[in-house]
Design a protein around this ligand. Sequence first.
Ligand SMILES: Nc1ncnc2c1ncn2[C@@H]1O[C@H](COP(=O)(O)OP(=O)(O)O)[C@@H](O)[C@H]1O
Ligand SMILES: [Mg+2]
Length: 230
Amino acid sequence: MIRTTNLSKTYYLGVVEVPALRGVSFEIHRGDFLGLMGPSGSGKSTLLHLLGLLDFPTTGTIRINGMDVSEMDDDERTDYRLRKMGYIFQDYALVGELTVLENVMLTAMAQGKSENECRKASEEILSVVGLSERLKHLPKELSGGEQQRVAIARSMVNRPIILFADEPCANLDTTNSRAVLDQFHTINEELGQTIVMVSHEEWHKEYFHRIVYLKDGQIDRDEDRRSHSA
Ligand SMILES: Nc1ncnc2c1ncn2[C@@H]1O[C@H](COP(=O)(O)OP(=O)(O)O)[C@@H](O)[C@H]1O
Ligand SMILES: [Mg+2]
């Protein structure tokens, strides 16, 4: 579904070159629940940003369903980011003055659909993440794990082809982290949602189908966990 070939990214800090990725070639398959792991500074976030079309590679190519993304114009790129991709970051950044339902609807409305359609889609996805009883609550009335689940619902409401999550549990305790990971598991299993998630927590591994380990900006190991089980 998404294939990278020899992807590299070098940041330039004045005259200093920081090579963050150095030749990454791999493929993400539809329905994957993929973990991106590796030490701090190994290039995980950089890779996620490139895959999510939030930044441009220095060299190499990214193909989505065969299409080279460097050939997309600005409108197509924007369309992908707004309608076809979902993002979840550490800081879930919900709008404090809006209810749970309104926070999710806000993203749905960006598609230009009617308010009724947006409400229906938002209620549906909030029920998938187990928040049907919290629609009228404000974010501050929820636990951290529940807030992050609102962020998951928000990222999912437009049914993205792929969901990117960069350390979504970094600010959560174990119980809330588990609640979030269980939700990822559910949307992956029940909706077939493709998920790429960055993590550096060993115990998160049990949730991933496959783990790509990065080290110094390169793939160190690509581990298929499903073939190892049973
Ligand atoms: N915007 C930036 N400008 C300069 N260097 C950066 C920038 N973002 C990341 N880096 C550097 O690139 C390398 C990889 O960073 P990152 O992708 O954030 O790693 P990870 O997410 O695995 O911790 C690190 O050496 C980091 O300091
Ligand atoms: Mg990072």
